[in-house]
Design a binder for this molecule. Sequence first.
Ligand code: DGL
Length: 270
Amino acid sequence: MAVGVFDSGIGGLTVLDAITRRLPDLPLVYLGDNAHAPYGVRTHEDIFNLTCAAVERLWEEGCDLVILACNTASAAALKRMQETWVPADKRVLGVFVPMIEALTERQWGDNSPPREVAVRHVALFATPATVASRAFQRELAFRAIGVDVEAQPCGGVVDAIEQGDEILAEALVRSHVEALMRRMPHPQAAVLGCTHYPLMEATFQDALGPDVKVFSQANLVAESLADYLVRRPEMLGAGTESKFLTTGNPKAVSSKATQFLRRRIIFEAA
Ligand code: DGL
């Protein structure tokens, strides 16, 4: 009864950790496509092909349901995958919908027509590929009317976090927030639309100020997955074992992941 969690690299471990806290008995198979990360600067075609290959690998592990923890894959590939590629007995879900449901104060899985919501001005921080896809605005328009979204492509932040350069990551976050606030001086809510940004949440909040509500996805995705599995228990796959797979060098990825999450994680070759 395993569920697959996919990310371009190690950032999705923030989502995996939140799922583990919410559903401690659920076996999870994590796949990081470290050999091809970062996805944030790749073309949509490339992201689609790489994501499909990774999801197929997770199906082989007995995970009929795969969560794309990667915002870039969710934004650039998921809709096309669901419309043209995923077979009827499998599911691939992304990270935007739970975030938008929380932002628009909907029940999980509520697909009723769009309506007016309390929040009117939303700041989105994400990778260049996610911003270019406009997937967040598209999914939001299915659920809410009259919401103004200002998106900031946060070049460099993922690389700085991966390199463990906190000073650079913090400086970049502050300059991206400043750039966005020149265009939207008073956002009411900010969405951290990248797996890595929860690690910089305090800096985002500080730079945005105390009046801006910051939405970070890991816990929201875990909550919505718990609700989904109650509604669709048949989507629990046949796998029984939790494991961490990578397309990159398992030793190097294990050491980076251990540093990233500050607990020991051992990856094996995918
Ligand atoms: N995991 C990606 C995301 O959430 C960030 C890293 C990348 O660019 O691959 O958007």
